[in-house]
Ligand binder design. Sequence first.
Ligand code: GDP
Length: 531
Amino acid sequence: MLDNRPPLPPEIARRRTFAIIAHPDAGKTTLTEKFLLFGGAIQMAGQVRAKGEARRTRSDFMKLEQDRGISVSASAMSFDYREFRFNLVDTPGHSDFSEDTYRTLTAVDAAIMVIDGAKGVESQTRKLFEVCRLRDLPILTFCNKMDRESRDTFEIIDEIQENLAIDVAPASWPIGSGREFLGAYDLMNDRLELMDRADRNKVAETVQITGLDDPKLADHIPADLLAKLREEVEMARELLPAFDRAAFLNGSMTPIWFGSAINSFGVKELMEGIGNFGPEPQPQKASERMVGAEETPVTGFVFKVQANMDPKHRDRVAFVRLASGHFERGMKMLHVRSKKPMAVTNPVLFLAADRELTEEAWAGDIIGIPNHGQLRIGDALTEGEALRFTGIPSFAPELLQSVRATDPMKAKHLEKALMQFAEEGAAKVFKPMIGSGFIVGVVGALQFDVLASRIEIEYGIPVRFEGSGFTSARWIAGPQDEMDKLINVNKQHIAVDNDGDMVFLTRLQWDIDRVIRDYPALKLTATKEMM
Ligand code: GDP
């Protein structure tokens, strides 16, 4: 993966852009917090949540997140650790937000998979893992909550290997579990890492040893646990593959660390793993060619748009993954879709929970560009080349509901709010030819609740979603006269989306088959290209 490519400039080579994938409750937030703590981005653990609380008092935007215990919005955070710059892109945890999650995973070069040592591979872990696999993303595994009673180490590793069909190479080996958990043996560096139970934010004590026969081990580990450790490690070395960087980088092997995020245990070793093993910012696929991170001209693509991040400002932030080059504030970029120049004067980097104006950024970084709706998901920014980055998936809306404002006087405002969410990529919005009102299409049912809550909180419009009578949407394209013919006799099925494109709505597959048969010149598609 890294071979056969020119070396990257040092500023780019030190970047690590990754996401954390986990089943809800496995410890993603806690781990994130510890990353930020060791990355110097926050002074004290607890701040990630504390900041969330402060935000909640300012706006109720996150209320749903609080009520349901799920995370609704993704964000990106940058911090330094040793010589590395980490860009951590947050993924929403709930399965109903997979659309957002899929897109987020197009912006990263690696993922950390967090599993709960007592629960192993859970449903959401598996789903997210499959998305990573589609892109052959390198995955590092963190087996969390070892301070609680957890499963047998071999059993956990077996489960990952079998369930996810990936080789697992232990990077550390746990010593005891639950109340007996002492720490881990660092198999990569022959070190003993001891957990500090007294101070959860302190890093464990490290004891350098010469190997498992080192008599020093007996000073720190009771005889029975030491015997078990020696036996298990010997078995592991026989039965499990040794870490192979090439296999890790092509996604066929994952190194696993055992730790306890809440006790800060194993977190630094994991950070060092990402730093040392990589990957560096990877080439990004455009339909014209591969774009290497080392290329001098700046390029990047929008993978997420978030409206109303700060309700006081009513702005919209486009999250851009820089694919190549050294970006400087004020740069004139080409907005490829509109073919118009765009001066990026106020780019922001997200440091912990705050956003800050940034003077520069490099390939691999995620920058936020506040804008008024020009930037959409999938858009490319370049220094002149007409590139189309590919790989950002678009999803067929599977659930269609009509929406109306409970106060009819607010119908006009509702339209504006819906259009904004459509551009954000949070939903597909259709305006039927017949009748008033709108139909909203989403991938997961919970998205309706999220939308209702956001429309009320951000726009002050209480709304109701109800059945639309439709279950499928197909975009129609083709010669205008054929389109007109179809529209004329199917008015009750026709709607336009927020870009003004024609859509055929139905609840019967039979209807779709009929249109395909009767109008061979027309093309029907279940998704619309984002670009
Ligand atoms: P998320 O839903 O994946 O973001 O999980 P959180 O980070 O919010 O953690 C879920 C729960 O597990 C919280 O109550 C944490 O305090 C707890 N937790 C996280 N890490 C550990 C750990 O290492 N040990 C124990 N015992 N609890 C943990």
